[in-house]
Design a protein around this ligand. Structure first.
Ligand code: SF4
Length: 280
């Protein structure tokens, strides 16, 4: 049984929170460059230049890419042959988030209760998703999620009578209603199948997956292409100023479901869709 220190988890999560907020991943930067080539609107192309300048400046000066440094969403794949010592896992993660946000001077955007709304002043609690996997390593993705985009997300419990057209229509309509609110171009995660909560989980996981990762299979690659093409016809464009690039990426993740259902969750991500990964 391999031992992994909770203190090491805390330190790495702290570093990842700061890095994720200050340095956009290469796949997102590449999508800006590709988007600029594809954008037909001159103003839209100028906005892509500004987005690239902003990302480069943030990385150089080690300041956040956006003022909304998000709620920390953590995906942890924990090898079943490892043993966490010197503390418990969730406390270690939250301590890493606390240190990352406070020591890194990131905006503290989390309240302890949704109705009473008192700021926790350290950006905890984090949203932690764990899965047990083979092996003796821990792989963690830290994805700060801003709420300009999160608030535009939606879920619909279709019945199996729904057609492909119905499902695609709901996803594109969700993007249309979002308009300029999620600071487009958008990165969109779609969760299909499972139960109500599984669909939402898949949609979030889809948003946090590197943009250059392959689709689930050919069927879903084709579905992602169709949704992206329809989204780009909405005309929302970069930062909502009009244009032909409204979606940088649509990623669909699907899971088995009940014979009576077809859950569909759409998690909207903005152009600042951040994620940092590490393995211990
Ligand atoms: S939607 Fe994204 S880019 Fe816009 S304010 Fe929120 S985190 Fe920043």
């Amino acid at each position: 049984m391999r031992e992994i220190s909770a203190k090491l988890i805390t330190e790495k999560v702290k570093e990842a929170c700061i890095a994720a907020n200050c340095r956009l991943p290469d796949d997102v930067i590449e999508s800006f460059k590709k988007g600029k080539e594809e954008e037909k609107s001159p103003l839209g192309r100028q906005i892509f230049d500004k987005m690239l300048d902003n990302a480069a400046l943030a990385a150089k000066k080690e300041v956040p890419v956006c003022q909304d440094t998000g709620m920390a969403v953590i995906f942890a794949e924990i090898g079943q042959d490892c043993h966490i010592v010197d503390g418990d896992f969730e406390t270690a993660i939250n301590e890493g988030v606390r240190r990352g946000y406070v020591d890194g001077y990131l905006r503290l955007s989390v309240v302890s209760d949704p109705m009473r709304r008192v700021n926790t002043n350290d950006n905890t609690p984090a949203i932690i998703h764990t899965s047990i996997v083979p092996g003796d390593q821990i792989h963690i993705t830290v994805a700060p999620k801003g709420f300009g985009s999160e608030n535009m997300s939606a879920i619909k419990m279709f019945t199996p009578a729904a057609t492909r057209e119905d499902v695609v229509g709901f996803i594109v309509d969700t993007m249309s209603k979002a308009g300029s609110n999620p600071c487009p171009p958008m990165i969109v995660g779609v969760g299909l199948g499972g139960t109500f909560e599984k669909a939402a989980y898949l949609a979030k996981k889809a948003v946090c997956t590197p943009l250059d990762a392959p689709a689930q299979d050919e069927f879903y690659a084709d579905l992602e292409k169709e949704i992206t093409e329809k989204a780009n016809k909405l005309g929302i464009g970069p930062q909502g100023w009009g244009g032909t690039v409204t979606a940088l990426k649509v990623r669909v993740m699907a899971f088995g479901t009940h014979i009576a259902g077809l859950p569909c969750a759409v998690n909207i991500g903005c152009h600042v869709t951040r994620h940092q990964e590490f393995t211990l």
